[in-house]
Design a protein. Structure first.
Length: 280
């Protein structure tokens, strides 16, 4: 067990921010979350405003999880891009403070966001878990039985019928195509990680079923391209209603970070005001 004092870190906000689908609250324990990152399992307890306990060793924290949570970066520097007159973004940043852009595995991000098309966050989580149970490596620890995210090779070996119980529907073909390209080396995710943003997006969009939104999500959450802003129904609504369809130029370098605050606020708060067609 590892106990740490961390500023600007919120497991609750990160888990609900729509960027990863294997971090969730442990409903049998108050203020507790669990995470599967690849084949690594982590349990997090929030003990106070800035006090946390982690189920990993100090070595595993230093070697993997500190970087995974992007904790060497001062996110107040990103929030400082906010225009003085932008009261909406200020409200979003206050609501979602503690969100961080995770350093996820590009392959896991790609497959997860291929699944995400026209699916709610809870539905995506369910499909990812079912897929992991079918093709992922079993993992046993003190907290129970889990499955790692399936490797490209394991997924590539699956048939459409084997993955049908996941509920991914027509997306199964996209998942298998991408996994097979990754497994064969036809798609070199490490190699394309060095490309400029526009070229990276262009390569990803050559995959079957990978449109601009999936490519943008993969680039932001799998390759940590912080200037890329995925556009979904929530962000399109924010862009139209609050920014007259044009993002402020000042936001461009870190727009991917700023949109996470906006997405988190819009997705959770706008549900409470469905009778009001405008963002309050």
């Amino acid at each position: 067990m590892l106990r740490l004092t961390l500023e600007d870190f919120s497991p609750a906000a990160i888990a609900e921010s729509g960027q990863c689908f294997r971090m969730r609250p442990v409903h049998t324990e108050e203020q507790c979350w669990e995470l599967m990152a690849g084949r690594r399992y982590l349990r997090i307890w929030q003990l106070g405003d800035q006090e946390f306990q982690f189920s990993c060793s100090e070595e595993e924290w230093a070697d993997f999880f500190r970087h995974y949570f992007d904790l060497d970066v001062d996110y107040s520097a990103y929030r400082a891009y906010c225009l003085e007159e932008d009261e909406f973004l200020k409200r979003c940043m206050s609501y979602g403070q503690g969100i961080r852009i995770l350093h996820q595995d590009p392959y896991e991000a790609l497959i997860s966001f291929l699944i995400s098309q026209r699916k709610s966050v809870p539905a995506i989580r369910t499909i990812v878990e079912r897929m992991s149970e079918i093709a992922g490596e079993p993992i046993e620890n003190a907290y129970g039985s889990f499955h790692a995210f399936p490797s490209a090779e394991a997924l590539a070996a699956c048939s459409i019928d084997e993955l049908r119980p996941t509920g991914a529907g027509y997306r199964i073909g996209y998942i298998l195509d991408a996994a097979r390209q990754c497994a064969s080396g036809e798609l070199d995710l490490d190699g394309i990680g060095t490309l400029p943003d526009e070229e990276l997006i262009s390569v990803l969009m050559k995959l079957r079923g990978c449109g601009i939104k999936v490519a943008s999500c993969t680039a932001l959450f799998g390759f940590h391209r912080l200037g890329i802003c995925p556009q979904d129904v929530w962000m399109n609504r924010v862009l139209h209603e609050k920014y007259q369809d044009i993002w402020p130029q000042q936001y461009q370098p870190v727009l991917g970070v700023l949109q996470q605050y906006m997405f988190h606020y819009a997705r959770l708060e706008m549900r409470k005001t469905t009778n009001n067609r405008r963002i309050s």
